[in-house]
Design a protein around this ligand. Structure first.
Ligand code: SF4
Length: 150
C-alpha cells in the first residue's frame, strides 16, 4: 500500500510493503506515528524538523519525505493523470492508461527547472494512492515509476 500524507510544507511517503516494523518511527515521533490509530500517520503531530529526523532513521525505506516547496499535486481523473502546479502554472504530470488489467503508468515528467524537489515521486504516489483506494492494480511502465515502486 502506498500513501501520501501532506501538510502545507511537508509530504510523507509510506510504502507498507517495505515496512518490517522496527518501530523507530513510533518511538521517535509518537505524536505522528501511532499504529493504534487510523490513519496511523498524523503529519501535524510534531514539528516538521522532528518528523524529518524520525523518518531519516526508518531502517526499511518504508517512510520517506520531501518538502513541498509550494508545489501542489492534484489528481485529474478525467485526464488520467496527476498534475503538479506552481501557483497556476502546470509544471509536471504523471499519466496512466486505464485498461482491463489496471492503470498503466506510462509517463512521468517534471519541468527541468523544478527537478530535485521530490515532485515526480509525489506525482507517482498520488496516482498509486488513488488506484489503490479504488482497488485497481497499478502497472508501472515508465522507467521512473518502475524505480519509485520497486
Ligand atoms: S521505522 Fe520504518 S520499518 Fe520501522 S515501523 Fe516505522 S516505517 Fe516500519
Amino acid at each position: 500500500m502506498h500513501r501520501l500524507y501532506e501538510n502545507e510544507d511537508l509530504t510523507i511517503f509510506w510504502d507498507s510493503d517495505k515496512c518490517y516494523h522496527a518501530k523507530k518511527c513510533v518511538t521517535g515521533s509518537p505524536g505522528v506515528f501511532d499504529i493504534q490509530k487510523k490513519p496511523w500517520i498524523n503529519i501535524n503531530g510534531a514539528p516538521n524538523a522532528e518528523i524529518w529526523q524520525t523518518i531519516s532513521k526508518c531502517p526499511s525505506g518504508a517512510l520517506s519525505c520531501t518538502y513541498n516547496h509550494g508545489i501542489r499535486i492534484l489528481f485529474d481523473e478525467e485526464g488520467c493523470r496527476s498534475v503538479a502546479y506552481d501557483g497556476e502554472k502546470e509544471i509536471g504530470e504523471c499519466d496512466y492508461v486505464a485498461g482491463a488489467n489496471g492503470w498503466s503508468i506510462v509517463h512521468t515528467e517534471v519541468m527541468p527547472e523544478y527537478g530535485g524537489r521530490g515532485i515526480a515521486k509525489r506525482l507517482v504516489y498520488r496516482l498509486v494512492e488513488e488506484a489503490e483506494k479504488r482497488k485497481i492494480p497499478v502497472i508501472p511502465v515508465c522507467s521512473y515509476a518502475v524505480k519509485v515502486l520497486q
